[in-house]
Each structure stands twice: as C-alpha cells, then as structure tokens.
Design a protein around this ligand. Structure first.
Ligand code: ADP
Ligand code: AMP
Length: 216
C-alpha cells in the first residue's frame, strides 16, 4: 500500500476522507493540524510556538513542522492530512523517505472552488477529542452540538471564523498550491473532484490510488 498525501485547501474534505481510509484500509493518519492542536492543549513548547501562527491562519514555520512529522512517522503506510503545505516541507518529506529507503508518497489533490471551501468551513463542527467533523447542513449530528459517537460537545474551531478563513485560503493559494505542480512533475499526482458527495470522493480516491485490490 502506498503512502498517501491528501492535498487540498482547508475545507476540501481531507480529514473526512482520512478517517474513512484509515478505518477501511488500516492506514496510520498524520494530521499536522490535529497534532498541533494537541500540543497546544497540552501546553508544550511546540504548542506555544505554533499558537500565534494558527490564530492568524498563517503557516507554522517549516522546521517546527518537519521535526514534528519526523518524530511521528510510523513504519506502516501513512495518510498525510494537511502536510506538506510548502515546497520546503515536500522536499524534506521526500528526503526523509529516501533516507529510510521508502518509496515516495503519492499525492491526491482534492480540488474545490473557493465559494464551496468557505461554505464547508463556515458550517464545520468538530469533535476536539477525536477530530471527527460534521457539517451543519451537509452532515449534521443527530443532536445539534453533540457528537453522535461519544456524546460530548462539538465546537466550532476558532480559525473557522470568516476573517481567518479568508487568510487561510489565501495562504493555501500562495504557499501550498505550488505543490500540485511539484507532484505532477514527479508523476505522482492524482486529481480528485472534491465537490462530489463524501461517498463519491472516497470511491474516486480508492480507484485513483488502486486501493480496491487491497481491501482487507
Ligand atoms: P479539511 O480536513 O480538508 O479541512 P474536512 O474534512 O474537515 O476538511 O471537511 C470540511 C467540512 O466539509 C466539514 O464540515 C465536513 O463535514 C464537510 N465535508 C467534507 N467532505 C464533504 C463533501 N464531500 N460534501 C459536503 N461536505 C463535506
Ligand atoms: P488544519 O487543521 O490542517 O486546517 O491546520 C490548522 C492550522 O495549523 C493551519 O492554519 C496552520 O496554522 C497550522 N498547520 C497545520 N499543518 C501545517 C503545516 N503542514 N505547515 C504549517 N502549518 C500547519
């Protein structure tokens, strides 16, 4: 099974798809956003370093992110969600894989227009304990504000506010979008239309990554 990078703007559906693929195919999922939020909740030095960047919707410096991913990289196939976000991070990830003699990861670009991204982020409700997400319109929980699975409260992320959303989408277009060309040039990009239903996106990913032959 390949290592997979879920590439896409905030709100494209990376976390939603990561949870499905993790459950169905036994990937380990690494979400740098979730790892950073966990560091902040625990008040670690790394969490404190990251805080102001995250509040402004800016990227946390590459060296901090790369060190964090390096220390978390497991032996089994990984799904990267929200990483890499810059060309420097992508190069560092490739160097790490090469040093470990591991085949380079494949990137799946979940492409979605800005209006739909905003709509998804504005309606997102998150379980801060598990990372599971809902959407007020597209995938509401059974009881408003309550997680179906653990019965605890759902929150709206502080960076899912209109001003911060606009900044995050600008940062994506400026700093992360060049990765599409980076992976295309390496012949390891698949393009997914993220405007489809959760189920259809998932099917497209499974087919594009050739996972159906590997179902357990
Ligand atoms: P990302 O991890 O890329 O930021 P999420 O997976 O958190 O994105 O999804 C953003 C929001 O959009 C969530 O509220 C989620 O429920 C919703 N969502 C995800 N995929 C779809 C889809 N295919 N159609 C409609 N809504 C979706
Ligand atoms: P996410 O949960 O992926 O939307 O990430 C939330 C925030 O965490 C981002 O707006 C950034 O501030 C920070 N972040 C997450 N992943 C990265 C990364 N790979 N590089 C830099 N900053 C990141």
């Amino acid at each position: 099974m390949p290592d997979v990078i879920l590439l896409g703007a905030p709100g494209a559906g990376k976390g939603t798809q990561a949870q499905l693929l993790q459950r169905e195919y036994g990937f380990a999922a690494i979400s740098t956003g979730d790892l950073l939020r966990d560091h902040r909740a625990r008040g670690t030095t790394l969490g404190q370093e990251a805080e102001s960047f995250m509040q402004r919707g800016e990227l946390v410096p590459d060296d901090v992110i790369i060190r964090m991913v390096e220390s978390e990289l497991p032996g089994k196939p990984v799904l990267f969600d929200g990483f890499p976000r810059t060309v420097a991070q992508a190069q560092a990830l490739d160097a790490l894989f090469e040093a470990r003699r591991r085949p380079l990861p494949i990137a799946a670009y979940l492409k979605l227009d800005r209006a739909r991204l905003e709509e998804r982020l504005l309606g997102r409700w998150t379980n801060p304990r598990s990372g599971r997400v809902y959407h007020a319109t597209f995938d509401p929980p059974k009881r408003s504000g309550i997680d179906d699975v653990d019965g605890g409260p759902l929150i709206q992320r502080e960076d899912d506010r209109p001003e911060t959303i606009a900044r995050r989408l600008d940062v994506f277009e400026g700093q992360t979008l060049p990765l599409v060309a980076y992976y295309e040039a390496g012949n390891r990009l698949i393009l997914i239309d993220a405007a489809q239903s959760v189920d259809a996106v998932s099917k497209a990913l499974v087919a594009g990554l050739g996972l159906h032959q590997r179902a357990r």
